[in-house]
Design a protein around this ligand. Structure first.
Ligand SMILES: Nc1nc2c(c(=O)[nH]1)N[C@H]1C(S)=C(S)[C@@H](COP(=O)(O)O)O[C@H]1N2
Ligand SMILES: [Mo]
Length: 352
C-alpha cells in the first residue's frame, strides 16, 4: 500500500491492484479522519431516532434476525481521488495527495437501510437521513465523531445498505466493524463507518464533514469558508483512470496494452472510453466491460502503438446520458481538491 498518513491511516493500493473486479480486503483503500475505533460487537447497539414513530436500538443479532440479508457489489470512491493531478496544477495544502486508487470495489452483505427505517416508522417530514460514526476526528473544533447524511429518497433506495461483511468476510475494523453504511454511487464520505446512530431529520446533517465535502469556488479560503459557500457533494462524478502501464514507465515503442477503470456514479453507466497514445492527437475506443450494475466500476482496455520518445497517454469517459469528462484539472480545480474527474493523463517514455 502507498501510505499517505499513518495517523489517521490513509492509504491507497498500487494502481495494478485495482485490475480485479473485486478488491481483496488487504488492498482496499483506507480513508480515515480519526483513529480506528475497536468496538466490542456484543455490547454495540445501533440507535435509530429523530423523525420516526418509534426509536430503535438494535444489536447485530437483531439486525440479522429481523431483516432479510442482501448482497450487492458496489465501488466506493473517495471524493479526493486523483487530487494529486489537481495539485500539479495548483497546490492544495493540508490535504492527502491521492493518486487514482482512492477507490475499490467489494461485495457488501447486510440489510437495506430502507427496511430498518420502515420498521422504525419513518415520518413523512423526514427529508434527510443522517449517520454518525464512533471515531472522533481531531480535524474539527471541538473534536467530534465523523458523520454525514443523504436525502431520504436516496436512503430509501434499494441499493443503500447497512453492511457487516465485505467479500463474504466479516467487515474488518479498518472498514467500519461492526456495521457501516454503504451508499453506492455517492462519494465515499457518505458511507459512514463504525455506525452508531441513524437520525431522520428535516435538514441535512450538521456534522462538520457534511459540508467539508463540498466544492468551494477557486478563490475561496477553506479555513474561513462558511458551510453554505460550497456545492455539497453527493453523487460521484463520471470518472476514469489509467491503471496500466505504470506512471513514468520506460517501455519499448510499439504495441502496448493500456487498461483502466471508469465509473459513472449514481444510476448512470459508462458508455464509452476514448484513449489517446499521443496527448490527444488521435483517439481509439477502448474495449469496455458491460456494467455489472450502475454502482460498480467498469474496466476497459486497448492496445496502443506508442511512438518512440516521451509521450502522454490520455483517457476520457462518456456516460449513458452522453456527458463527457472535462479536459483539464484547471477547469475543475477547487480549494479542497474534490471530484477531479478531468481526463486521465499518464506520462511514459518509449525506446526503440
Ligand atoms: N466513521 C467514519 N466513516 C467514514 C470515514 C471516517 O473517517 N470515519 N471516512 C469516509 C470517507 S471520506 C471515505 S472515502 C470512506 C472510505 O472507506 P474505506 O476506508 O473503507 O475505504 O469512508 C467514509 N466513512
Ligand atoms: Mo473520502
Amino acid at each position: 500500500m502507498l501510505v499517505h498518513e499513518t495517523e489517521p491511516y490513509n492509504a491507497e493500493p498500487p494502481p495494478g491492484a485495482l485490475l480485479a473486479q473485486l478488491t481483496p480486503l488487504d488492498t482496499f483503500y483506507g480513508r480515515n479522519h480519526g483513529p480506528i475505533p475497536r468496538i466490542d460487537p456484543a455490547r454495540w447497539r445501533l440507535r435509530v431516532d429523530g423523525l420516526v414513530d418509534h426509536a430503535l436500538e438494535l444489536s447485530i443479532d437483531e439486525l440479522r434476525r429481523r431483516f432479510p440479508e442482501r448482497k450487492l457489489v458496489a465501488t466506493l470512491q473517495c471524493a479526493g481521488n486523483r487530487r494529486a493531478d489537481l495539485m500539479e496544477f495548483r497546490d492544495i495544502p493540508g490535504q492527502v495527495p491521492w493518486g487514482p486508487a482512492a477507490t475499490s470495489t467489494a461485495c457488501w452483505s447486510g440489510v437495506r437501510l430502507a427496511d430498518v427505517l420502515a420498521s422504525a416508522g419513518l415520518r413523512r417530514e423526514a427529508a434527510h437521513i443522517a449517520f454518525t460514526g464512533t471515531d472522533v476526528s481531531q480535524q474539527t473544533d471541538p473534536p467530534a465523531p465523523f458523520g454525514g447524511s443523504v436525502p431520504a429518497a436516496k436512503a430509501l433506495s434499494d441499493e443503500v445498505l447497512l453492511a457487516w461483511a465485505m467479500n463474504d468476510e466479516p467487515l474488518p475494523a479498518a472498514h467500519g466493524a461492526p456495521l457501516r453504511v454503504v451508499v453506492p454511487g455517492w462519494i465515499g464520505a457518505r458511507s459512514v463507518k463504525w455506525l452508531q446512530r441513524i437520525t431522520a431529520r428535516t435538514e441535512p446533517s450538521d456534522n462538520y464533514f457534511q459540508t467539508e465535502y463540498s466544492i468551494l469556488p477557486p478563490e475561496a479560503d477553506p479555513r474561513t469558508a462558511a458551510p453554505g459557500d460550497g456545492i455539497t457533494l453527493g453523487p460521484i462524478a463520471l470518472h476514469c483512470a489509467i491503471l496500466q502501464p505504470d506512471r513514468d514507465a520506460r517501455l519499448p515503442a510499439g504495441p502496448t496494452e493500456v487498461t483502466g477503470y471508469a465509473l459513472a456514479g449514481e444510476d448512470r453507466t459508462v458508455a464509452r472510453v476514448d484513449v489517446s497514445p499521443d496527448n490527444g492527437g488521435s483517439w481509439t475506443h477502448a474495449d469496455l466491460d458491460a456494467p455489472e450494475n450502475p454502482w460498480t466500476w467498469q474496466h476497459w482496455r486497448t492496445t496502443l502503438t506508442l511512438p518512440a520518445g516521451e509521450t502522454e497517454l490520455l483517457a476520457r469517459a462518456w456516460d449513458s446520458t452522453g456527458a463527457v469528462e472535462p479536459e483539464s484539472p484547471a477547469t475543475v480545480w477547487n480549494p479542497r481538491g474534490y471530484a477531479n474527474n478531468s481526463w486521465a493523463g499518464l506520462h511514459v517514455t518509449c525506446h526503440t
